[in-house]
Ligand binder design. Structure first.
Ligand code: ZN
Length: 80
């Protein structure tokens, strides 16, 4: 590992890039957007600045809504 290398993540709220340590990590668990405060939850991480505006944008983002809506509806019968 290289010294001084900081992994960057992109905020899904505003698109700003920042060090992973400065961004909040979220995952969608059972159709609910959940903050992964300790970085222990399994799933694809979604990163966001620690700002109310960014968090609101994240919750409203189409991509996230798609994921939360689909899971929240339960089993999709006959659609596939
Ligand atoms: Zn942001």
């Amino acid at each position: 590992m290289r010294r001084g290398h900081v992994p960057l993540r992109t905020c899904r709220g505003c698109g700003r890039k920042g060090p992973q340590a400065e961004l909040l990590r979220f995952i969608v668990a059972d159709g609910v957007l959940t903050e992964d405060q300790r970085g222990v939850l399994a799933g694809r991480g979604i990163y966001c600045c620690n700002h109310t505006t960014c968090r609101e944008r994240l919750a409203k983002s189409k991509k996230i809504r798609k994921r939360t809506d689909r899971a929240g509806r339960g089993t999709e019968e006959g659609s596939v």
